[in-house]
Design a binder for this molecule. Sequence first.
Ligand SMILES: Cc1ncc(COP(=O)(O)O)c(C=O)c1O
Length: 511
Amino acid sequence: MHRTSGLTPPRIRPPLDLSHQCDLSHEPKPPTRPEHDTYNRRPDLESASATPMNDLNAEWRNRSLKAVWHPCTQMKLHGTAEQPRHALIPIVRAQGVWLEDAQGQKFLDGISSWWVNLFGHNHPHIRQALVDQLDRLDHVMLAGFTHPPVVELSERLAALTGLGHAFYGSDGASATEIALKMSAHFWRNAGRAEKCKFLGLQGGYHGETVGALAVTDIPLFRTAYAPLLRLGATVPSPDARRAEGSITPAMVAEEAAAQLEAWLDEHHPCTAAIILEPMVQCASGMVMYHPLYLQRVRDLCTRFEVHLVLDEIAVGFGRTGTMFAHQQAGIHPDFICLSKGLTGGTLPLSAVLTTDGIYEAFYDDDVARGFLHSHSYTGNPLACRAALATLDLFEQTGILEKNVQTSKRLWTQFAPLSNHPRAHHARKLGMIFAWDIETSLPDFAKRYAAQALARGVILRPIGHTVYAMPPYVISDSEGKFLAEAAFAALEATLAQESHAQTSRVGTIDGV
Ligand SMILES: Cc1ncc(COP(=O)(O)O)c(C=O)c1O
């Protein structure tokens, strides 16, 4: 995931406005440099011999290129320490919506660090909870043991979702694995082992481990690994962009539901579950759809005895305007998968919650009828404390109500981008904003990301879709900075169309 251009971004002094931070007694402070700061001291010179003496970014970058294999990245994009290409950016600290590199340059985190951050980086309330927890208990295995943070978090998540029996993993993909395994095992325990197949939406994304990839319909991600996968089936997405002329998003939703009905009619005897991202299919380009679709899916799942697994990993925790996206349809899933914003973007944690009925089908004298799944760090106390602190912030700050205004304000600030003649399907839901760009540049995403970065903003298009998903605490002036950079990056990228030489080397989202 990283950079595209060899440009050295200019030093930008963005408006570091922290007044938006939540109304808690501990106001965050701008980034400070501790005297003995490991990350701002010069790294080991021996391993950074090819870099100029005063370039801390280059030193960390070169060491990273030698030692780290970056995720979802064609590493040739960055080259080698000896022959660097597009620059990796070493981030050494963060505050609010800003990330800061080793040379002190700041970047506005326009996509919340892969959609995880909600209340800004380095939030004092979350940090304080973590420090407090470190003084008490760092970790204990969750088999045979329990601890206050995991109990409290499970209770609070149950109260929020209407589901219970929280089962923990570490990342989003592990939540997908847990939900799918639980669903199939439920049917096996119910004497219907033939119900073991899964269904998803076209363009759906549920993670990249082998089980999750089998229900992820993004060709780039799964083609290379297809021989390893037990591929799930897919049905058409209710993508609201298909609503044109007299066709409404609700009509598109009805049509997609009818296609699902036809599929289930034939295949329900061997189908355990359908998994989908409610309201927005994020990874396939912020594909938004009408909540009617979720209502129809709920009814069909009940009628055909197929579990409904809602993957709220990206859209949960207020991202679409409601605490959970499916609440906009007034439905209840059989399983919900949570991660990303669960810890406010601080620590890896995921959770799957389900119904009493499903839980009871596992409750037995026979160990083989129990749910057979574990991770060493399941329910890690520190991650649970970060999640509890994040839930505190939802309660104490009224952020969901504030986001209504923030979303409107940002949409106004984005108006020049929405009105750009080459931007189509301008759309937003809650704190997700997206535009499809008409361009002849096959490597548009890479070029756009570089232009945004050069303007002090992290925006990484998915294909030809530019999107913004900033932390909820973005201020008025920061929003202006983001919107202006997003627009200017578009103009600068499109200006390259006539003389572009394209390159296929890059990363997946944006670069
Ligand atoms: C909807 C959805 N599900 C699952 C995942 C996978 O989460 P992770 O990357 O933490 O494994 C993602 C990640 O972007 C996602 O957007």
